[in-house]
Design a protein around this ligand. Structure first.
Ligand code: CP
Ligand code: NVA
Length: 301
């Protein structure tokens, strides 16, 4: 059976921890200047139906560092944008490529693609989930503070794709997750219920942040929700990560944001541009953790 990475729940907790550990090893090797090219001759297809800076560049650079090659496929320039069925595209592309990543809107479309692909498919963000970002986030926490197992993480803001992946990560990596979101912006009930022992909603952001080891947020309006920007600014006004909120967390608490960030909206400059914020490490780790993921899916180790 072909192994896909459509959600953090597709791999076991041991496999995920292994990838995160390997990511730190690959990071050391790259910083040392080691030549490590186990994916020579392998091709990654990258289908993007939404914009990206980090995901595109980290997959493309990562594949090249591992000795392989990456192809950027935009629906605008392929038959995907002219209505070729997703199942047919999967059948065709997976006969030419060794692995495929997709950033799209609908999780269902990604799953249909994977069901018709002969090669591993990676979720590079959908409206529902963003599992690749969690690999980098877990690597970043491990590198700064050690094992996240048993720690307290607080999510502030929208119950969106990132929040859903944090809920899944709470199950897989064994941390407790407080979710502070305004009413009407709750995470998916099924995802939350499945994590009932690890994750719960605490409406008040200051209460939710109390004693936390890690504070995480994301934009108020995700890609595809641009028209709701004004409405969301009102709904989320009390859900900003600022100095008052960070003061509730543990003294050693870190701040994470998957980026891009909107300073003055979901986070203040005084939080994102200071020491407890490790967002640049988080962004860099997209490269190393996805290299570890590519090795895992293509070489089985
Ligand atoms: N965090 C993240 O996925 O960034 P991009 O949208 O730039 O890929
Ligand atoms: N929630 C954001 C994440 C961007 C990486 C979005 O979907 O736009």
């Amino acid at each position: 059976m072909t192994k896909h990475f459509l959600s953090l729940l597709d791999l076991s907790s041991d496999e995920l921890n292994g990838i995160v550990r390997r990511a730190t090893e690959l990071k050391r090797m790259q910083h040392r200047g080691d030549n490590h090219t186990p994916l020579k001759g392998k091709n990654l297809g990258m289908i993007f139906e939404k914009s990206s800076t980090r995901t595109r560049v980290s997959f493309e650079a990562g594949m090249s560092q591992l000795g392989g090659h990456a192809l950027f496929l935009s629906p605008k320039d392929t038959q995907l944008g002219r209505g070729e069925p997703i199942e047919d595209s999967a059948r065709v592309l997976s006969r030419m490529l060794d692995i495929i990543m997709i950033r799209t809107f609908d999780q269902d479309l990604l799953e249909r693609f994977a069901a018709h692909s002969r090669v591993p498919v990676i979720n590079a963000l959908t409206d529902l989930l963003h599992p690749c970002q969690l690999l980098a986030d877990m690597q970043t926490y491990f590198e700064h503070r050690g094992d996240i197992h048993g720690k307290h993480v607080t999510w502030i803001g929208d119950g969106n794709n990132m929040c859903h992946s944090y809920i899944n990560a709470a199950r897989q990596f064994g941390f407790h997750l407080n979710i502070a979101c305004p009413e009407g912006y709750d995470p998916d009930q099924t995802i939350l219920t499945a994590a009932a022992e690890q994750a719960s909603i605490i409406r008040d952001p200051l209460t939710a942040a109390r004693g936390a080891d890690l504070i995480v947020t994301d934009v108020w309006a995700s890609m595809g929700q641009e028209e709701e920007q004004a409405l969301r600014e009102k709904a989320f006004a009390l859900y900003q990560v600022n100095d008052e909120l960070m003061a509730q967390a543990d003294n050693d608490a870190l701040f994470f944001h998957c980026l891009p960030a909107h300073r003055g909206e979901e986070v203040t400059t005084s939080v994102i541009d200071t020491e407890e914020s490790v967002v640049w490490d988080e962004a860099e780790n997209r490269l190393h953790s996805q290299k570890a993921l590519l090795e895992f899916l293509l070489l089985g180790r």
